[in-house]
Each structure stands twice: as C-alpha cells, then as structure tokens.
Design a binder for this molecule. Structure first.
Ligand SMILES: *Cc1c(COP(=O)(O)O)cnc(C)c1O
Length: 456
C-alpha cells in the first residue's frame, strides 16, 4: 500500500503557510518585538531569571499561542517566559544586583551556577542516566531501564526543544552544564541492548525533544527496530512537545513527509507507534497548524497520547483540564497521564499541594465522558516508581491519602493500595508519612535494599 499521497495536503488547509524557525534565548530576549508591550521592570525580571533558568522560545509560540492582551496571566506566557517569583526572593535579589551594576558575564555565570545547585537539579534518579544502565557490566549512557518492560533512550541529537517550558524537570541539561547532560550517541549500542533484553516491549525515546532531530537521524535509531531479533520491541514511543511548540515539524518542514513515512513504515512493520505528546493547556490545540499536524500524524497509523503536569499559574483548575481532555479526544488524542510537578527547578512557583491536585483531577474527570477518563493521575514520578493519588478518605477516624503504584521498581508493588497520613500542604511523596502509625511504607525496606544492591 502506498499511502504517502494522503499526507501531502488537506484541501481545507490551504491557508497554512510554511514558517521559518526563528528562536530567541536569554542573550537576545530584548529583540522580541512583542515584549515592547510589557513594562521595562518586567523585562528586567525576565533577564534576571533567564540568567539562572533556561529560556528559549520560537516565534510561532510568541505569535500564535500567547495572548498578549492577557499578560502576565496568559497560561502560554507563564509556560514559556521567566517570571520573577520563579526564583526565591534571596536568589532573585542577588542576581538582580549583578544585573543592576552591569556585572560581567563571568560573574553572572558563577552566581547562576551557585543558585542552580540550590534547585535540586537532579530529581529522582536523573543522574542514574549517566551510570551504566544495569549492573551486569554493561556501560551505556543515555539509557534508563527502570521498569522491566520499558527502556528510556536519550539520543544525543535530541538534546534541546523547540521552546523551553519554564517548569521543565530536565532543565539542568539546558543550561550548558555538561555534567548534567544525559545523552547517548550510539544507535548501535541501543539496538544491541534491546537485542540482549527480550523482556523489553517498549522503547521510549525522549530528550530534550527527539523531534528536534532531522528525520534522517531519527531513522538511524528507529528503522532497525524492524529487523529480525527485535520483534519483542512492540511499541515505539516518542516523547515530544513539537505538536504544540512547532507543529510545522509535521507539516511544512522539508523532511516532514519523510518523518510521516518513517512512522508509517514502523506501523506497517507491526509496531505500535505512539507520540507521547506533552500538552498543558487547551490553547495549544487551537491553531490550524496544530490540528493539521495531529491529523497528519494520525494518518500514519501512529497514536498520540497526551501527558503533562498540573501547574499553578498555568492549568491549576478543573475547567482547563476538562477542556484539554475533551479537545484531545475530539482530535483523536488519547489522554494518558496527569503528572505532579517534580521537586526541582522553579517548583516553588508551580507546585500544587497533592490534596488540591486530586480535587482538580476529580472535578475535571466528573465533567468528561468515559473516553476522556483514560488519563491517570495525579501521578508522581519518584524514585521507587510512579505513585498515583487515588483519593482522600477517612478510615477509622483517620484522614488519609489512598495511593497506588502505577509503575514500580518491583512490578509486584503495582496496583497495591497503600495509605499516607493526610497532609493538606504536602506536594511530593517524600513529604508523606505512613498512615495508622506505621513506621514505613510497605515498599521502603525492599527499595532500600535494591538501592544498596545497585550502588545507587
Ligand atoms: C513513566 C515512565 C516509563 C513508562 O511507564 P508507563 O507506565 O509504561 O507509561 C518508563 N520509564 C520511566 C523512568 C518512567 O518514568
């Protein structure tokens, strides 16, 4: 079947013009025309914060996704532009003082490094990525094999994004610190690893954003999965925010058609192909180009599953999530995860208490049909696994969180309900205490032993 032609053009999409990829960062922030409309004090704050946290934005996001009549509240503005309160008042003041007196770059860089180190740059196991993936003597950087059936792979060419999210949990690798970078260069090593591990059914390619890569490079990683000996790799997932930040990648870029052909080839070769699309707000789904990109990807037979964190200032209300999930289902996207914002970077600005997160999740679920209730969450990607807040209830007079593992270091932990003392302010698993006066959660001893065994 040659179905390539169907990708070329949707007749109703005659109005879509190609666009050059034009990107701004902390060094040319002042050249963003739209910012002429915001007060100088706000631009100063942005420069201060952008010297600590990574900043990068492209013109499509500026022109089409941000509502400049709604600054600073606009969710897409909050999602991409640095805000003063993303740093602690002390950190902000120290960096602002350097900017006020026109300090040299070197001095700013030194303070930036110091301030970053205070922001937990390596949350839950991120540095394990730079260690051998397993303890069988194999050395493989840029690969994380945390759950039996799924392996995460970080290709070296996919180490940036079309824009940066202000709340990114992998932010540390974008600030130029080579130590913090996690990546692999070698497609052959990946394929070899997969061949040697028949229990792996899912390859999850992530980054950065693998869709930043040219199709020819993606092909180098993915085409070989169709070869004999790799039949056990049934699912190819690609984590991406390109459907939101740069949908032209799938529509008008010179190798867009070739990308779709690659996805289709994998599908026709019997793989389940899923773009794990990062979405945070329904506004990301509203432009004609965003919709056309979704349509074209789905035409290849690949699925799109949506995931993203719950964030104060961006999507901390049930209506936004209900709209997001409804719109996704309408466009053929499958809602997958609602995450809890991780304990790193600008979390002070974005975090939502777990109790509130669960209320938002529940209220949003109540508003949508069953087809949109496929999103699990709120879920914390923590060291021992993905832990979901199932709810808040009272047992024998004690108010508790009901929790469960969606994913666990030990598959046997998955789907066992367990309980934590209710705490209306807790924002992460490590702040929770076992309920009913217990000393430890059921998995803790085993997890400690595992960590000791692996030298983690
Ligand atoms: C979420 C995640 C996966 C995939 O888990 P699924 O439940 O299959 O989506 C794999 N590895 C890591 C480290 C993860 O955080």
């Amino acid at each position: 079947m040659n179905s390539v032609l169907k990708f070329y053009r949707d007749p109703e999409m005659g109005s879509i013009e190609p666009r050059d990829f034009k990107v701004y960062n902390d060094r040319n922030l002042d050249r963003i025309e739209a910012l002429e409309r915001v007060p100088e004090s706000m631009r100063f704050d942005m420069r201060v914060v952008a010297s600590v946290l990574p900043f990068r934005i492209n013109e499509y996001v500026i022109d089409e996704l941000i509502d400049w009549d709604n600054i600073p509240d606009d969710p897409m503005f909050q999602l991409t532009f640095p805000q003063r309160e993303m740093l602690s008042p002390e950190a902000y003041e120290r960096m602002a003082a350097l900017h006020r007196r026109g300090a040299e770059r070197k001095e700013i860089a030194a303070l930036a490094k110091e301030l970053r180190d205070e922001l937990n740059p390596h949350p839950a196991g991120q540095m394990e990525l730079n260690r051998p993936s397993e303890d069988d003597g194999e050395v493989m950087n840029g690969l994380q094999h945390k759950y039996r059936e799924t392996v995460l792979f970080f290709p070296s060419q996919g180490q940036t994004c079309h824009s940066y999210c202000t709340f990114c949990f992998r932010w540390a690798q974008f600030v130029g610190d080579k130590e913090l970078r996690i990546a692999s260069t070698d497609a052959d090593l990946l394929h070899q690893y997969l061949r040697q591990h028949p229990a792996i059914s899912d390859l999850l390619m992530t980054g950065g954003d693998p869709m930043v890569m040219k199709t020819r490079n993606l092909r180098g990683y993915l085409e070989a999965l169709l070869e004999p000996g790799l039949e056990h790799v049934q699912t190819v997932r690609i984590g991406t925010k390109a459907l939101s930040f740069w949908p032209y990648r799938f529509v008008t870029e010179s190798d867009a058609d070739d990308l779709l052909r690659l996805l289709e080839q994998l599908v026709e070769g019997g793989k389940h192909v899923a773009l794990m699309a990062h979405y945070n707000h329904p506004n990301e789904l509203r432009t004609p180009i965003a919709r056309e990109a979704i349509r074209r990807v789905r035409d290849t037979g690949a699925e799109i599953r949506a995931q993203g964190p719950l964030l104060r200032h961006i999507n901390d209300d049930a209506q936004a999530w209900a709209d997001l999930w409804r719109e996704q289902v309408r466009l053929g996207i499958i809602p997958y995860y609602m995450f809890v914002e991780r304990d790193t970077g600008a979390r002070r600005y974005f975090e939502v208490p777990l109790a509130r997160a669960w209320e938002i999740y529940r209220e949003a679920m109540q508003q949508v049909s069953g087809l949109a209730r496929t999103a699990r969450g709120p879920s914390m990607s923590a060291d021992p696994g993905k832990v979901e807040i199932q709810g808040v209830t009272e047992i024998h007079g004690e108010k508790v969180f009901v929790l469960r593992f969606i994913q666990g270091r030990n598959p046997d932990w998955v789907q066992r309900p367990f309980f934590a003392r209710y705490d209306e302010n807790a924002t992460w698993l490590n702040q929770l205490k076992p309920a009913f006066g217990e000393e430890k959660f059921f998995f803790e001893d085993e997890f400690e032993a595992m960590k000791a065994g692996h030298g983690v």
